[in-house]
Every structure is written in structure tokens, then in C-alpha cells.
Design a protein around this ligand. Structure first.
Ligand code: NAD
Length: 487
């Protein structure tokens, strides 16, 4: 079955920072794929804006190279590429030069959707928002797209919200968390709210605990000095992991609409108990040699920034009282894995007697990467004679296998979210109050660490993480699902 693609309205999308890493690796190739899928209309225009002095043809050549690098060359037809490049313009614009801003106005057309993507460092967000208004470039229907990081603590996030809201309404601000654009993350909502099977069990009566893992096998080499200013808590927990936690734990919204969904997510964040320092572990990876550990990559022998964090989160509401949500994320771990694991309670009584062994727990695993899909572990009878012995088997569904024809043309997270911006749909974007509430929850931990003399615990490259993270669950009588395959 071919995937249904509904073209969006004609638009002018201005990308600030169009020569940068994000724009050339994700945004522009993503837009190319949307054009090829028939979703980006031929009347759409992309205006690349950046500090670099270059001609439109130079920029088009850069975009061509980016697309050929990012997309499967077999899928890049010359005619598609030509058409896409024809829809692209370039403006040398230093956001601090007023004279440059004047040159943007004549490039924007009337009667199309106007969107402005801030693919630049966060220090420029406020300035760009102000210039767009002062130079009369963005009307009341224009949209601005803001990249992460959205602040580095509650105070800076509040300031950024104030700056942006001085010039734009909340309904015009699209704060990107690309995790929300992932197919499986949206599927999490479909699984919960489009099936009658799971939701009645989705509570403390039936669920023992939840594990959310975002593990990376790569180190921070090459961008260690940048990473060292943030660390795993700011880089992953406050945003991506918080979003996964919210979608797993939230109440059913009355509609799949932006504010209905975001209201429910906000309630989850506000119901989170403060995390005690006993319930959090931070780590730093070691390398195969002295030049290969986190400290060397960060170029800071005294750094106390964490490349790993694990914590226990508790949600104080009726649905989740007594059900811990264990979160862990880190660099240079055994494998690259993102998943949500919902571990159900044991059946209340075993009828099969001692010899059968107790049935295992049902475990629902929602895999975000690699191999997006869902696995439900169930207990069955071990086949063959010899009485009633039990064994656990996975009911496994890989999206790539089950939906291969459709998965091939499926938009990746960025391209899906950009199309939502053009459609004016904010459901998969974070609202300002959500971001602030998330910072309010992680800030106290970051503050404690800043004053703490205790160093993060070391862990070996390619391992499961620091020892203390294993104890975090072991002391509660539980254990992590192994990173890189297992139980
Ligand atoms: P980058 O350094 O590669 O690119 C920055 C871009 O900003 C360049 O095009 C540069 O010309 C432009 N720029 C810098 N100063 C400017 C000025 N004064 N006027 C006009 N343009 C100016 O950065 P990046 O990695 O592409 O990241 C861009 C934003 O996206 C950042 O906020 C980053 O945190 C965020 N982000 C990036 C990634 C990623 O994978 N690269 C992932 C998530 C979020």
C-alpha cells in the first residue's frame, strides 16, 4: 500500500544558519525528500541565510553535495535534484548587520506561509526574533522554529521565552525536540490510545516499573569541549528523555490536538517528585588509553561533567503512585539503543505448581532505534511432552519488516516536523511552560552537582555504564535490560 502524502500549502522557509551542520545534514536533505514524496509543492521556496559570503549557485552546489551525502544515491534522480535546487535561494545575512536584514524583505512573497528556522546557536535566537519584527518580515501568521538547547537552566529558558514572546505569540513558536518527530514516539500514543488492550493495564495496579534508555556507543570526540558545557542531564534528560517519560505517563488527552496533548504532558512533569541525590548516578567514560577517555575528549582533565546519567523518577499521581520510572542515558556505552521498556507485574497467582517455574513478567518494549518496532514478551508452555513447563517468548514486530513498502518513503523526524510547521500543527512541539517545568525539575540536581566535590563514577567504554547505576535498580529488586541485547 502506497503511503498517502498530502501536499502542504506553498511556503517561504527561511533557514538562518543554512550553511551549518544541522541545516546541511538534516534540514535540507529532509526537505528534498519531502519534495520527492510530493509533499513540498513546486511553489514552495527555501531561502538559505548565513554569514558566509556566497552566491546562490555556490549555495545550491553546497545543498547538492549535502543531499548526495545524506540520501541514498539510488534515490537521488537528477530531475528531482534540479527541481529542488531551483526552489532554493541564498542570502548572505549576518544577524548583527542591519543592512543585511533589509535585503531579506524583497525575497519574501505575499500570500504564502512564512516560516523562519533558527538553525543557529541559541545566543542568536532573541536577536533574530527581534530583527524579524523590527524589519517587518514576519506577520501574525508567521512561524518561528527554535532548535535545542532551549536554555541551559530555568532562568535562561524563562529569559528566552520572554524574548521570543516579546515578538511572537506562543502559537507562532515551534520549539523542536526531534524525538517527538520519530515514528515510534508517535506510535507510543497510538499504542496507548488507539487500542483498548493496553490502557486498562497502564497503571500502578499492573505495571511494576518503566525503563527509558537512550544509549549511544559513540564518544564525544570532536565536540567534547562543546559537550562538556552541557553534559547528559542538559543534553538528553531535560528534553528528549523527559518527552518520552511524558508520552508514556500522561493521561489520555481529550483530542490529539496541540494544547490538549501538551496540557497532559505538563501535568506529568509537574507531578514529578524532586529527585534525591541517592536516586541519581552520574558517570564519565574511560577509554582504551589515556587519550581516549572523556576527560581527554573534553580537553579538561578536571572536568566533572557527566557523560552518563541514570536516575529514578517518581510521579505523584493516582495512576503512577509506587511505579518508578528509571531513566538512563550515556555516551560510549555497549550499543546504540533508544527504547522504552514497560515491565508488568507478575500474574497474581501461579496455578502451575512448583515444577513449572513461575511465569515471567510481561514486558512491552518500544524500540526507537535501531530497528524501530515493538516487542511484547509473553509466557507460554514450553512445547513438547514432559508436563507444564513455562517459557518466555517475544511477540516481535519490526516496522521495517512489517511495513517495508511504507517505511522506505517514511519521513524522518526533522522533515515530518518541518511539514507540521508549515501546516501550523504544534502538537509535536514543546510549549514554553513545558520546557520551563522540565528545567525546574532538573535544575536542583545540576545545582547539587555544581557544588559537589564527589566526581562522576568512571565506566568502561563499551560497557553497560557505571556500577552504581546497576545498584540503583538492584537495591529495588530490579535490573536494567541489557544494552545491546538480552533479557
Ligand atoms: P553550526 O555551527 O554548524 O552552524 C551555525 C550556522 O549559523 C552557520 O550557518 C553560520 O553561518 C550561522 N551563523 C553563525 N553566526 C551567524 C551570524 N552572526 N549571522 C548569521 N548566521 C550566523 O551549528 P549547527 O550544528 O548547525 O547547530 C545549529 C543549531 O542547531 C544550534 O542551536 C544547535 O544547538 C542546534 N542543534 C544542532 C544539532 C546538530 O546535529 N548539528 C542537533 C540538535 C540541535
Amino acid at each position: 500500500m502506497a503511503m498517502q502524502t498530502i501536499p502542504v500549502d506553498p511556503f517561504d522557509l527561511t533557514i538562518f544558519g543554512a550553511t551549518g551542520d544541522l541545516a546541511t545534514r538534516k534540514i535540507l536533505p529532509g526537505l528534498f525528500r519531502r519534495m520527492r514524496a510530493g509533499q513540498m509543492p513546486k511553489e514552495a521556496r527555501i531561502i538559505g541565510a548565513a554569514r558566509t559570503e556566497m552566491t546562490r549557485d555556490d549555495f545550491r552546489a553546497l545543498v547538492k553535495t549535502s543531499i548526495c551525502t545524506a540520501c541514498n544515491p539510488e534515490n537521488v534522480q537528477k530531475s528531482d535534484l534540479k527541481r529542488f535546487l531551483n526552489q532554493i535561494d541564498y542570502l548572505k545575512l549576518d544577524v548583527f548587520a542591519d543592512t543585511d536584514w533589509h535585503r531579506l524583505k524583497p525575497m519574501l512573497r505575499k500570500d504564502v506561509v512564512h516560516a523562519f528556522y533558527f538553525s543557529v546557536g541559541p545566543g542568536l535566537f532573541g536577536r533574530i526574533a527581534r530583527c524579524l519584527k523590527e524589519h517587518n518580515l514576519a506577520g501574525d501568521d508567521a512561524r518561528i522554529v527554535v532548535e535545542k538547547p532551549f536554555g541551559r537552566d530555568l532562568a535562561s529558558a524563562k529569559q528566552l521565552n520572554t524574548d521570543l514572546r516579546s515578538y511572537f505569540h506562543e502559537r507562532q513558536i515551534y520549539r523542536i525536540d526531534h524525538y517527538l518527530g520519530k515514528e515510534t514516539v508517535q506510535n507510543l500514543m497510538a499504542i496507548r490510545f488507539a487500542n483498548s488492550l493496553f490502557e486498562p493495564l497502564w497503571n500502578s495496579h499492573h505495571i511494576d516499573h518503566v525503563q527509558i534508555t537512550v544509549a549511544e556507543s559513540l564518544s564525544v570526540e570532536g565536540r567534547g569541549t562543546y559537550y562538556d558545557k552541557s553534559g547528559a542531564m542538559r543534553d538528553m534528560v531535560q528534553n528528549h528523555m523527559m518527552q518520552l517519560l511524558c508520552l508514556t505517563a500522561m493521561e489520555p488527552p481529550s483530542k490529539f490536538e496541540a494544547d490538549a496533548v501538551r496540557d497532559e504532558k505538563l501535568k506529568v512533569i509537574r507531578a514529578l517528585e524532586p529527585v534525591s541525590t541517592d536516586d541519581v548516578v552520574r558517570g564519565q567514560y574511560l577509554g582504551s588509553g589515556a587519550q581516549d577517555d572523556y576527560k581527554s575528549h573534553a580537553e579538561n582533565p578536571n572536568t566533572v561533567t557527566e557523560s552518563y546519567v541514570a536516575l529514578r523518577a517518581d510521579i505523584s499521581n493516582w495512576r503512577w503512585a509506587g511505579v518508578p520510572f528509571y531513566l538512563r542515558t550515556g555516551k560510549r556505552l555497549r550499543d546504540r539503543v533508544s527504547e522504552i521498556v514497560v515491565v508488568f507485574k507478575h500474574a497474581p497467582h501461579s496455578i502451575f505448581g512448583f515444577g513449572a517455574a513461575r511465569g515471567g513478567r510481561n514486558v512491552l518494549t518500544i524500540r526507537l532505534q535501531p530497528d524501530e518496532g515493538i516487542t511484547l514478551r509473553v509466557t507460554i508452555k514450553d512445547p513438547g511432552p514432559g508436563g507444564m513447563r513455562l517459557r518466555e517468548v517475544p511477540l516481535d514486530m519490526s516496522f521495517a519488516e512489517a511495513l517495508s513498502a511504507e517505511v522506505d518513503g517514511m519521513p524522518d523526524a526533522y522533515e515530518r516536523l518541518i511539514m507540521d510547521v508549515i501546516r501550523g500543527n504544534q502538537t509535536l512541539f514543546m510549549r514554553g511552560d513545558e520546557v520551563e517545568a522540565a528545567w525546574a525539575w532538573v535544575d536542583p540536581l545540576i545545582d547539587v552537582w555544581a557544588a559537589d566535590t564527589k566526581l562522576p563514577q568512571s565506566y568502561d567504554a563499551g560497557s553497560q555504564g557505571p556500577e552504581d547505576a546497576l545498584h540503583l535498580l538492584a537495591r529495588d529488586g530490579r535490573r536494567w535490560r541489557r544494552i545491546g541485547g538480552d533479557s
